[in-house]
Design a protein around this ligand. Sequence first.
Ligand code: ZN
Length: 324
Amino acid sequence: MSLKIILRKYFSIILNILGLAPKFWQDSSKYFVTIDYHYFSDNNEISHPSLEINRNILELQLKFFQKNMHIIDPKHLGNNLFSMLKSDMSSILFTIDDADISFKENFDLFQKYKIPVILFVPFGLCLKQNTRDGLMSRILRSFFEIEKNKLLSLKQKEGFFNSLESASMENLNKIYKDLLPRRDKIDPISSRVLLSIEELQKLSRDSLITIGSHSMSHPILSEVPEKWLNWELSTSKKYLQIVNGDEKYFAYPYGFKASTNSEIKQKLKKLGIKYAFLTRSTVITTDSDKLELGRVGMLNFFNARYLRGLAGRAFEVYDKLLLR
Ligand SMILES: [Zn+2]
């Protein structure tokens, strides 16, 4: 396990023991914490320690949150984010990124503890490979999994994007086949099985599930040319409507600070997005920029002090110390 993950675990516990975390709670009606999950697993061998949670641990976490915290329902999150927070209890909002199949397999636990979630979906990777948008998305994803392509200029990337738009399905298949073996930095998302559009349609009928957009091909949006960016945003909106999602919500792929900028935020606003989430561990207050909302990544770990510290802003302090 990496030092960073160990530090993250114990930082929250230490703050809690020192009594620092409880101080933050005194005004719990003024802020809330958003949790970010990715993958769940049945066995004890966790392949991505910062992204994957064992089912038994997930159950302990959900049970703890249900008992000790006010759970925010995204279906009731209106314009005033703060009107429903409680002064005597930390509030928490649950989000799950990347539409992994393991969410469906573990959704029964969210049902058992009645925990509503926002599911952020990279739609292009959920589409079948034999559809044009599905194939385009896999090509665009693979493009950035070749390290040297990240260094290309915006103009060069735009040239690549344009060449896809005018290509036949047959040529797109050829381009994809050519890219696959050249990838030298494969993202975990490319080796996962994602939920299909049909499965998402079914899931979105459940009152506990709200679906939001997480782009089409899951790129770092600030690193793609404008035309490509427009495609990621407007095409994903189209599929969001097909699965009956809520267009208010968006999560930036990767979600570090530089994964967004004022130009991207302007476009999101125009598309009707009111709340866009990063993965920086800031809590959400009345002063937060609603298109740069923070989230805390959950670890495969159960400890009540850890979870209390997490809901009590410990990770905001942690991120500041590490200058993230
Ligand atoms: Zn993601």
